[in-house]
Each structure stands twice: as C-alpha cells, then as structure tokens.
Design a protein around this ligand. Sequence first.
Ligand SMILES: Cc1cc2nc3c(=O)[nH]c(=O)nc-3n(C[C@H](O)[C@H](O)[C@H](O)COP(=O)(O)O)c2cc1C
Length: 266
Amino acid sequence: MKRLILTLAIVLSVVTLNAKTLIVYYSFSNNIHTIVSELNSQIEADLLRIAPAEKGLDYAANNYAIGSALINNIRQNPNNASSYPAIDPVDIRLSDYDMIIIAAPLWWNNMAAPLQTFLFSHGSQMAGKNIGVIVSSASSGISGVVQDAKRLIPDGNFIEPNLRIRSSEVSRCRTMLSEWLDNINYASVSTSANAEYIDKEIFIVSLPGIIMVNGCFKTFSLYNESGYKLLETSEKSVNTSDFVPGIYIAHINKGDRYVAEKLHIK
Ligand SMILES: Cc1cc2nc3c(=O)[nH]c(=O)nc-3n(C[C@H](O)[C@H](O)[C@H](O)COP(=O)(O)O)c2cc1C
C-alpha cells in the first residue's frame, strides 16, 4: 500500500509539472487584458490574445454601432463562418493544454465577436478539456457569454463557477481572481492526470495518450459509454493516442472479482 501511494505521489508530481494551461482572450479597452495579466501572475499559463484582422475600429463609437453590427451578424447565422469577423492568424497547438481559460468582454449580452471567431474555428479541438470562463461587463449579467462559450466548445468540460468582473472592479481583480482559483479548485482541475482509485489496491492514471494501471490485476478492459468493449489487456500501460478524448468505462478483472470505474481519456 505504501508503495502504491508513493508511486501515485511521484506520478502526480511529474504530471503537475507538465500540466499546461492556456488563457485565450480578446480585449478592446484593455480591461480583460489587465485581468489576464494579473491572472498570469498567479498561475503559470500561456497567453493567446486574439486580434481582429481589421485594425483601428472603434467598436464603441456611435453608441457601439460597429460592435452591435458584428454581434447581430453572428446572432442571425451562428453556424456560418462568414458571420464571424476575420481575425489575425493564430498559431496554437491546443492538444498541448489540459485547461483552457476563456477571458471575454461582454458585448450586448454575447461574447465579444473576435473571440467568437477564434472559438468557432478552434472550439471543436477543445473537446474533453477543462474550460474556465471569465467575463468582464459594465453591468450586464454574463449568462449569454457562457452560453456562447458552450455553443462554440460543445464538448468542453466546463468548470463552474464562472467569474464576472465588472469594469468598475478591474482595479481589485487580484483578490477576485485568487478567490475564483480557489473556488474552481484550480490546482486539481489544471492537472492533466486523472488518478482514479479503483479500490484500495489499484489506481489508474490517465494522461494524454496513455493510461497507467497500478496494482495487481488479471486484465484491464476499456468500454465506451455504449458498452462496447474497445480493448482488453494484462499490460500495465495502454496507448490511448488513437482514442477520441472523453469518458470511458474501465473494467478490472482482479481474479476473484471485477471492479469498474468511469475514466476520462485525454
Ligand atoms: C461593442 C460593445 C458592447 C458592449 N455591450 C455591453 C453590454 O451590453 N452590457 C454591459 O454591461 N457592458 C457592455 N460593454 C462594456 C464591456 O463589456 C466592458 O467595458 C468590458 O469590461 C470591456 O472589456 P475590455 O476592456 O477588455 O474590452 C460593451 C462594450 C462594447 C465595446
């Protein structure tokens, strides 16, 4: 048992070092930029700032006319790529990340249009990843922005609660961010390993591309959620790089009995 705990501790500490977070954001008047900079002083993360292809637009001019037109285009035809404003090319490998934090300004109860463009083209690559949402608005509630995020990242694993920071609160965002990181249990959700104790003698660690089964067992089998058996092995490590990320069921034959547990494959 002691050996088991020691192995788990070593695996998790190595994995925690390798776990990666991406903060992807757009900011017009720099409130979100200030918030993200503060967040990045509290957690280690890569930053990706989305920039509209068309430069120098004042989205707030004439009672927010340009921003309003962009949002209306998306509302009218959200499934069509041409409804979304062009953004500068983005060079990012989302498979490198375990957690992605989306930080967005609210425009007319929706997510600011340029960030929607990025998620429209990249959201499907975020399947199975932990997603945190931070929104800044002047005063409006943020549920419309969260709905946009869920529409654009249909298979994301959204971590609640979301965080709203009003424009008037940006100067004190440090405390709000550190409380939010505690609330979502950031230390655990940002770790790429899912260590599942099957029972006191066996645990499974799921890492991107590999599952490790520790302890004594006869066979390890993996089923999809429809109950279809995908593999059976007596090996202690299983290559999962060909699997679609998501939830599977692990069955362990311990000789005298079977045990089963849901498993998140990365
Ligand atoms: C086009 C546009 C529309 C906006 N619509 C709203 C709104 O409906 N409700 C609201 O409370 N704030 C609204 N805002 C204000 C922003 O959400 C708020 O100032 C936010 O902090 C801006 O973040 P940023 O400085 O990172 O761009 C809007 C701002 C713009 C530019």
